[in-house]
Design a protein around this ligand. Structure first.
Ligand SMILES: O=C(CO)[C@H](O)[C@H](O)COP(=O)(O)O
Length: 223
């Protein structure tokens, strides 16, 4: 199994963004995780299309775009044009989730749905076959550097059960408070993609930290 490491550029140094993008290009990371926040769905504003286009210009790996915004349907086409490879919307932000998933696919991107810590995975039962990825938020979305919520392990197991015999290739991605201290346990629980911001960018040698995370995933025993 190839486990995915997706550094969150939310924790990058925006004054040296090209340098940090180059670091990810040269590292063992697999995807760029791009957190878009609107100040409405979450209590923070991050960045929009111009920054994303700048990331795309230099990134040599796929862009995994996490939309923490209300009314995502309005912007899916534009995010696809700006270079998204995967677009993940929030279950809690979509009134017509099935339609939103179809819009993402029609834009040529892989489709993901993110779940806040309070949202059970069972609510995805009727769309699970249509999805490429489910992003389990292991913090309340809005900020990097928060403490990991322990109930995430149970949610990963619930999701593993939900996809059994239905969509076993689904990517189970975890986002928030992920790092060297818990990545192996997350693999054991059944996750296969890992977003990390502070755990990478706040270390002295981010390239080395990514390599260590990757190593931990390959040593861990998945169930
Ligand atoms: O989606 C996010 C915040 O809403 C970030 O991707 C997430 O918090 C990563 O940051 P860290 O690894 O520092 O917790």
């Amino acid at each position: 199994m190839n486990y995915i490491i997706a550094p969150s550029i939310l924790s990058a140094d925006f004054g040296n963004l090209q340098r940090d993008i180059e670091m990810i290009n040269q590292s063992e990371a697999n995807w760029f995780h791009v957190d878009v926040m609107d100040g409405v769905f979450v209590p923070n504003i991050s960045f929009g299309f111009p920054v994303m286009a700048a990331v795309k210009k230099h990134a040599a790996k796929p862009l995994d775009v996490h939309l923490m915004i209300v009314e995502p349907d309005k912007y899916i086409e534009e995010f696809a044009k700006a270079g998204a490879d995967r677009i993940t919307v929030h279950y809690e932000a979509c009134t017509h989730l099935h339609r939103t998933i179809q819009l993402i696919k029609a834009s040529g991107c892989k489709a993901g749905v993110a779940l806040n810590p309070h949202t059970p995975v069972t609510l995805l039962q009727d769309v699970i076959e249509d999805l490429d990825l489910v992003l389990i938020m292991s913090v309340n979305p809005g900020f990097g550097g928060q403490a990991f919520i322990h109930n995430t392990y149970k949610k990963i197991k619930d999701l593993k059960n939900l996809i059994q015999g239905v969509n076993e290739d689904l990517v189970i991605e975890v986002d928030g408070g992920v790092g060297l201290q818990n990545i192996a346990t997350l693999v054991s629980a059944g996750a296969n993609a890992f977003v990390a911001g502070n755990a990478i960018f706040a270390t002295e040698n981010p390239t080395d930290t990514i390599a260590k995370m990757k190593q931990l995933t390959s040593n861990a025993v998945s169930i």
